[in-house]
Ligand binder design. Structure first.
Ligand code: ADP
Ligand code: ZN
Length: 712
């Protein structure tokens, strides 16, 4: 073992990336490849995989070649590295030939530390001939599960990578993935021809993501309620069909959210736009099919909703894993229903794959369904699925935080089974519930089902609860679904025992989902200042990003900004202590940040002294997404006062979009009146020159805009 790697790696971690500590496994992995060995790295998304090859690249003489399947992801990684002043380039089909030439020139000069290439490029004989003459110290293969048909995203081109490996027999290989069960792990090592590979399996747990699963009834209302608790927080809603992405995005837009849709049929220019707008925080919500995802390297996604059931646990975990990459809390909410299962079964059966593959897919579907119905810790179920056996409750899933209460459900179960039996097993779940609840549904009467003894036998139980109970019965084997016959419910060998009262059955009550909007707690004065401070920093970051043509998080991610808000650093020494600020970023942005902190502190003093922060409190609430009317209500002050606050701050130079409160024609009317009134800023006087009876606060808003324009 060569000494010295640890120290050099540690120094680079600190000075380039601004981090003090390695995450578990990072250092052993780096040492392993630096000593010339192969390995497979399995870490959850956001776990710090990329760092495992990026840091060795910095202390190696030769080049690190990174194979990465997605163009967008490559571009993000490269701009991220450049943000740290690390020489990185990529080659893929999106580059013009002039751009390609520049990359090759850089390669010749030995300037590049990391070269990202697409697998398509990596298997081209001409490229292989070229690159094998260079000194390559490490070959990193990202999303390595794509090589295996047991994995989740099999890509045939990955299978050809062996050609490249054969030509680079002495180069250590690091395969990386966030998703691989046992079979896939073995397959990766074998297909990549790895020599004595060591498998580094980090815990898959994502402790900052809270998992929640709910039945799909009333999804849209539930989502609306959810979004009210997640004001201005970026998130993704995954849907099964293109149509639902479009419909949901439209509904959300109509409610005032910055939402867009994304699916594979969308023309590529549009797709790119959506993706970029999301990266830059211009869009809050993307409603997407799974086509949206692998290329998203955005660290501040705060929530992921599955509008439909994901097709397996791998997809689910990968998709929710896109949230909370910055380590701050995130929320994953999944809606389940039986229809989705049927759709997936059909997909699988009608696909062209062989019977083995189909069988695996069906089993995977069963597992995700079991996950939705879990009565024990959901995180553990997932960890066990990936071979990481654990029992300790995670305390960040709904089961752990709100354990479902069990009760004797024998009577309920009996009603349901009796109804199935009386109908000769010709009804599906929806119909069963309608019969038990005696709903007025037409086909109940046309089919004479209202004559069953069970008709109306369970009307005191709500529809949602019924669905929950019958689902539990299916999972307990008391009923089964016949997918070949319209998903009708069939009795099982256990059913008779129930009818004969021979068995007691335990059921659990569904959780109580509040669809009512919780009142936002009024902020304390200090929190108000923090919100305001954060928005100043975000504004600065946005401007900086535009100037440098980079996504905002490349400048600093949310976590860094949050620490600045918490620490209020006033010297460069303070700044360097913040995790995520390395030497290069310190030099580049340090002074600007300190200036913002200083201005903020000064301004805070003034406002504290003069007005007790009341103005800023209104502004902070506006920036949280509340309307002036809501602010007034919550603060218990008059609406006009809120407008006073906002217009005053606006004139002082705060970045507030006052135009949102009045229409263009109205502004013109006020300008006209203002001229007639000899440019007076007295709202009362202005009203005398206007025919339309506008409320006085609107006139004030218009006057503020006029005043500000004149200042400029
Ligand atoms: P992955 O490739 O596994 O999805 P990344 O390598 O992109 O994850 O890392 C996720 C985030 O964690 C990035 O913002 C990265 O800078 C950060 N990170 C990685 N290693 C460390 C570390 N040792 N200390 C603090 N942050 C880290
Ligand atoms: Zn749990």
């Amino acid at each position: 073992m060569k000494p010295g790697y640890d120290e050099r790696l540690q120094t680079q971690l600190r000075s380039v990336f601004g981090y003090d500590r390695f995450r578990p496994d990072q250092l052993p992995i780096m040492n392993h490849v630096l000593e010339g060995n192969d390995c497979l790295v399995i870490m959850p998304t956001g776990g710090g995989k990329s760092m495992c090859y990026q840091l060795p690249a910095l202390i190696s003489e030769g080049l690190t070649l990174v194979i990465s399947p997605l163009i967008a992801l490559m571009a993000d990684q490269v701009s991220n590295l450049r943000g740290y002043n690390v020489e990185a380039n990529y080659i893929n089909s999106s580059l013009s030939s002039a751009e390609k030439q520049t990359v090759f020139r850089n390669l010749e000069n030995g300037k590049i530390r990391l070269l990202y290439i697409s697998p398509e490029k990596a298997v081209m004989p001409r490229f292989i001939q070229y690159i094998k003459q260079k000194k390559i110290d490490l070959l990193a293969i990202d999303e390595a599960h794509c090589i295996s048909i047991w994995g989740n995203d099999f890509r045939p081109v990955y299978a050809q990578l062996t050609q490249l490996m054969r030509e680079l027999p002495r180069t250590p290989v690091m395969a990386l993935t966030a998703t691989a069960d046992k079979a896939t792990q073995q397959d990766i090592c074998q297909k990549l021809d790895m020599k004595n590979p060591r498998v580094f399996l980090s815990s898959f747990e994502r402790p900052n993501i809270h998992l929640q699963v709910r039945p799909a009834q009333g999804r849209l209302q539930q989502i609306n309620a959810f979004l009210k608790q997640h004001k201005n927080e970026a998130g993704i809603i995954y849907c099964l069909s293109r149509k639902s992405t479009e419909e949901i995005a439209e509904k959300l837009r109509a409610t005032g959210y910055r939402a867009a849709y994304y699916h594979a049929e969308l023309e590529s220019g549009r797709r790119k736009k959506v993706q970029e707008a999301f990266q830059k925080d211009e869009l809050q919500i993307v409603c997407a099919t799974i086509a949206f995802g692998m290329g998203i390297d955005k660290s501040n996604i705060r929530w992921v909703i599955h509008y439909n059931l994901p097709k397996n646990i791998e997809s689910y975990y990968q998709e929710i894993g896109r949230s909370g990459r910055d380590g701050s809390p995130a929320e994953a909410l999944l809606f389940y229903n039986f229809q989705d299962i049927n759709i997936f079964r059909k997909f699988i059966d009608e696909s062209e794959s062989g019977p083995d593959f189909k069988a695996v897919q069906h089993q995977k579907l069963d597992r995700i369904w079991e996950f939705t119905q879990a009565t024990n810790c959901r995180t553990n179920l997932i960890l066990n699925y990936f071979g990481e056996y654990r029992e300790k409750p995670c305390m960040h899933c709904d089961i752990c935080t709100h354990p479902p209460k069990g009760f004797d459900g024998s009577q309920i179960v009996k009603h349901a089974i009796a109804a199935c039996k009386e109908s000769d097993e010709t009804i599906n779940l929806g119909m069963l519930v309608d019969i038990l609840r005696a709903s007025g549904r037409k086909d109940i009467f046309t089919q004479g089902l209202n004559d069953l003894r069970s008709y109306g036998a369970g009307r005191e139980i709500s529809r949602i609860d019924w669905i929950h109970f019958v689902t539990q019965m299916i999972n307990q084997g008391l009923l089964m679904i016949d997918y070949t016959q319209h998903s009708n419910l069939r009795l099982t060998s256990l059913s008779d025992d129930i009818l004969l009262d021979k068995r007691k059955i335990k059921l659990t009550k569904p959780l109580n989902y509040k669809t009512k909007q919780p009142e936002l707690k009024p902020l304390t004065k200090n929190e108000t200042f923090d919100v305001h401070f954060m928005s100043l920093l975000k504004d600065w970051r946005k401007n900086q990003a535009v100037k440098e043509k980079l996504p905002a998080y490349v400048i600093f991610n949310d976590r860094v900004l949050q620490q600045i808000v918490a620490d209020r650093p006033t010297t460069l020494m303070d700044l360097i202590n913040i995790s995520g600020i390395g030497d290069y970023k310190l030099e580049k942005y340090g002074q600007s940040i300190l200036r913002i902190v200083q201005d903020f502190i000064n301004q805070q003093e003034i406002i504290k002294n003069v007005k007790g922060g009341s103005h800023l409190e209104s502004l902070a609430m506006l920036r949280q997404g509340l309307s002036p009317e809501q602010i007034a209500k919550q603060r218990g002050i008059k609406r006009d006062r809120v407008y006073d606050h906002l217009t005053e701050l606006y004139i002082k130079g705060e970045d507030i979009n006052l135009h949102q409160f009045i229409s263009e024609p109205m502004l013109h009317e006020v300008i006209e009146a203002w001229r007639l009134a000899k440019k007076s800023f007295d709202p009362a006087l202005i009203t005398e020159y206007i025919q339309t009876p506008y409320p006085i606060y609107k006139i004030q808003v218009a006057l503020a805009i006029i005043k500000k324009t004149r200042q400029k």
